[in-house]
Ligand binder design. Sequence first.
Ligand code: ZN
Length: 88
Amino acid sequence: MKTAIVSSSCECQARLSAELDEQRVVIRGWARDPRRGKEELAPANSLGSGKPHFDVGWACPFCTRNVLRSFDVGGLSYRDARPAQIAG
Ligand SMILES: [Zn+2]
């Protein structure tokens, strides 16, 4: 299976990331707080998959905001999924 990772920043400075499958369905989401060097799972889901632009929404585990970001399908880079390894 090939997956792609999208990332964005929350208003609280946490780095939000999500791993997507080839149908742009979120496999897992996580957030990293650079100030505390902490990483937490973050519920994430994608909206509008199947279009050239799609949105990914996260529930930030650090500040509880719901964060919605738009991404371009052309900007995704798919690679073979590796056994569970969280990008740093
Ligand atoms: Zn946040």
